[in-house]
Ligand binder design. Structure first.
Ligand SMILES: Cc1ncc(C[n+]2csc(CCOP(=O)(O)OP(=O)(O)O)c2C)c(N)n1
Ligand SMILES: [Mg+2]
Length: 681
């Protein structure tokens, strides 16, 4: 890859110190896979690349993502036969059912059957050729087979196959199967063992050349076999006859602007999110389905950006209550449709396929080539793409330091159908740990938002769609839930990222006895209900409710660009009062983010304790001790002096938990007193 970009001239244009002469050649070779140099595979530093080649599996998904909405683009995609065994690649063959011949570009997969991966033969190289052809044809491709081990005839055959593929009428999906030896044109034998055409040729076919003169000779013979003296002049410049061969300017593969997507990126035309606001006449008394309202906003985002925005998801757009988008568009679908199908069309802007790998890979390819998108997913199953997220985050970290790479649109996740509302699916569908995973990555890239209600979700979503070079994770419920903030308040609250909810607090003199922190829609509901119980039963206790939307506010400002300065953190949570913090996910994360804060020893976090089953919403929070009654018990246990004098009240709270559970077992739903609770003040 790097050698090709050098031969095309792009490399020296971008990195002038690697000139097109002998000195430049020396530097080019020396930096390759050398300490402080460049990686040995395609990487952000490689011009013309949108693809980090380190973790295998994503080539074809990225290629399809790049082809969407680029009708003039042909994306050639070389796939190793080892890579073809990965789960992500194995499902990627289906991308052709989602590419619209009229409005999308096309992809030319080149499956490189060199027979081996690191230490083993590959499956696709060792099955009978008719099975291989049947497999690829069954996936909707028309394989053109090119094979051999004599360079000249293979080059001619490959050129002919390329011509044939490019001449094919659409819609059809030609592809090339290139069968050549692994380590082709490398050393045939080392230490009496065959190398070319075997797994031994992987990566470094001749080791220890500095210590072993025989190996050095093999290396030199190998390098000389390419006759560099015929290809380069005495100054190390490519001879004019060859230098003339590549296309010019942007037509060079290594200078293709699509591969530096930020240069093509245009802002989205966004409708005013405030116009989608729900009215909130009194906090905590009216219901709304946050993601359903967001769906109306996204519907109009799609309508206004018909070539540059797509919604991705594994079959859950309706389930996550974003179905309003189908008023403006359909799901992309090129396969057969039946009269009973709904919202399927070749030009659909929603990509739904039951492969989180494909959703992620397509979206990455789409973003990396200068477009925008949002991935909506069940919270628990987003873990399927943990590793892909890692690689994208690494890509962003590196590209931010490469001046010629322009910023791209952020990778946006909307996680819904979350851990607290799995009334019917239960334990398998509960895992809020993606947040823990993403915050491992560089703070400058990672943003995590847990909007407590509809208007805050709208405000956060608008913000994320405008951002660049981030990974934004939004967690939001889809069930009818209480609304707390009118739009103006929601914007202020989201801009602050964390704040005191005065209407839910009674520390009017500004000096609370206890702080109830909350982050996430369900923890916020339980916290408010706890605050109401305390106001009624412990009226002398001064309670402050602090809601956190932007999780990264909790980190110190030295650790994260969104981190609150210590003074502001203390002003919210106090340096010395007990804090009972109800959090959406695993409690350890809150401790991880706040361990250097004043008063951390007073911070008591409730969250998901990996307890779940098929049960009611309130039973679910009870199972994890995140329920309102338990939060009040935590307050009694932690505020000095309360425990001694409130033993009976504490027992009553225990009893209410037991009664609430009994009710669910008898009636199959939550006690209406709990289910229909609203903020009473
Ligand atoms: C997901 C993943 N698993 C394992 C590896 C380690 N690894 C690096 S190269 C390689 C073999 C790749 O074989 P193939 O795709 O056929 O490439 P070739 O070198 O033969 O062209 C493996 C297993 C990896 N990079 N990524
Ligand atoms: Mg291979």
């Amino acid at each position: 890859m790097v050698a090709n970009t050098y031969l095309e001239g792009t490399y020296s244009e971008i990195y002038p110190e690697i000139g097109r002469d002998e000195d430049g050649l020396r530097r080019l070779f020396r930096q390759f896979s050398f300490p402080g140099g460049i990686p040995s595979h395609a990487a952000p530093e490689t011009p013309g690349s949108i693809h980090e080649g380190g973790e295998l599996g994503y080539a074809l998904a990225h290629a399809v993502g790049a082809a969407f909405d680029n009708p003039d683009l042909l994306v050639a995609c070389v796939i190793g036969d080892g890579e073809a065994e990965t789960g992500a690649l194995a499902t990627s063959w289906h991308g052709n059912k989602f590419l619209n011949p009229r409005t999308d570009g096309t992809v030319l997969p080149i499956l490189h059957l060199n027979g081996y991966k690191i230490a083993n033969p590959t499956v696709l190289a060792r099955i009978p050729e008719n099975e291989l052809v049947s497999f690829l044809e069954g996936c909707g491709w028309q394989p053109l087979l090119v094979s051999g081990d004599e360079p000249e005839p293979v080059h001619q055959a490959l050129a002919a196959a390329l011509d044939e593929a490019l001449d094919a009428d659409r819609p059809s999906f030609p592809m090339i199967v290139l069968r050549t030896p692994k380590g082709w044109t490398g050393p045939k034998e080392v230490d009496g063992l065959p190398v070319e055409g075997t797994w031994r040729s992987h990566q470094v076919p001749v080791a220890d050349v500095r210590q072993n003169p025989e190996h050095l000779r093999i290396l030199e013979d190998w390098m000389r076999s390419y006759a560099p003296e015929e290809l380069f002049d005495d100054e190390g410049r490519l001879i004019p006859e060859l230098a003339e061969l590549p296309p010019r300017g942007d037509r060079r593969m290594s200078a293709n602007p699509h591969a530096n997507g930020g240069t093509l990126l245009r802002d989205l035309v966004l409708p005013d999110f405030r116009e989608y606001a729900v009215e909130v006449t009194k906090p905590g008394t009216e219901l709304s389905e946050a993601t359903r309202v967001l769906g109306t906003f996204l519907r109009d985002v799609i309508a206004r950006n018909p070539q540059t925005f797509r919604l991705f998801g594994p079959d859950e757009t309706e389930s996550n209550r974003l179905g309003n988008v189908f008023e403006a568009t359909n799901r992309a679908w090129e396969a057969e449709t039946l009269p009973t199908d709904e919202h399927l069309a070749p030009e659909g802007r929603v990509l739904e396929v039951l492969s989180e790998h494909l959703c992620q890979g397509w979206l990455e390819g789409y973003l990396l080539t200068g477009r925008h998108g949002l991935f909506n997913c069940y919270e628990a199953f987003i873990h399927i793409v943990d590793a892909m997220f890692n690689q994208h985050a690494k890509w962003l970290k590196v590209t931010r330091k490469i001046p010629w790479r322009q910023p791209i649109a952020s990778l946006n996740y909307l996680l819904s159908s979350h851990v607290w509302r799995q009334d019917h699916n239960g334990f398998t569908h509960q895992d809020p740990g993606f947040i823990d995973h993403v915050v491992n990555k560089k703070a400058e890239l990672i943003r995590v938002y847990l909007p407590p209600d509809t208007n805050t979700l709208l405000s956060v979503a608008d913000h994320c769609l405008r951002s660049r070079d981030y990974v934004n994770v939004i967690v939001a419920g889809k069930q009818p839930a209480l609304t707390y903030l009118g739009m103006d308040d929601a914007i202020v609250h989201c801009t602050r990222g964390a704040g005191i909810w005065e209407w839910a607090s009674n520390d009017d003199d500004g000096a609370p006895d206890v702080v109830l922190g909350c982050c996430g829609d369900i923890p916020t509901l339980e916290t408010l209900a706890a605050s109401a119980i305390i106001r009624e039963r412990l009226p002398d206790l001064k309670v402050r409710v602090v809601n956190v939307v932007d999780l990264m506010r909790l980190q110190p400002e030295a650790e994260h660009p969104h981190g609150l300065p210590d003074t502001e953190f203390d002003a919210l949570f106090t340096p010395d009062k007990p804090v009972v913090f109800a959090y959406h996910g695993y409690p350890t994360l809150i401790h991880r983010l706040t361990y250097r804060r004043h008063g951390h020893e007073n911070l008591h976090v409730r969250g998901y304790k990996e307890e779940g089953t098929t049960t009611t919403p309130f039973d679910m929070v009870m199972l994890n001790d995140l329920d309102r009654f338990h939060l009040v018990m935590d307050v009694i246990d932690r505020v000095p002096g309360l425990a001694a004098s409130h033993g009976r009240f504490r027992q009553e709270l225990e009893d209410r938990r037991l009664r609430a559970r009994l009710y669910t077992r008898e009636h199959g739903e939550d006690d209406p007193e709990i289910r229909d609770w609203a903020w009473p003040y």
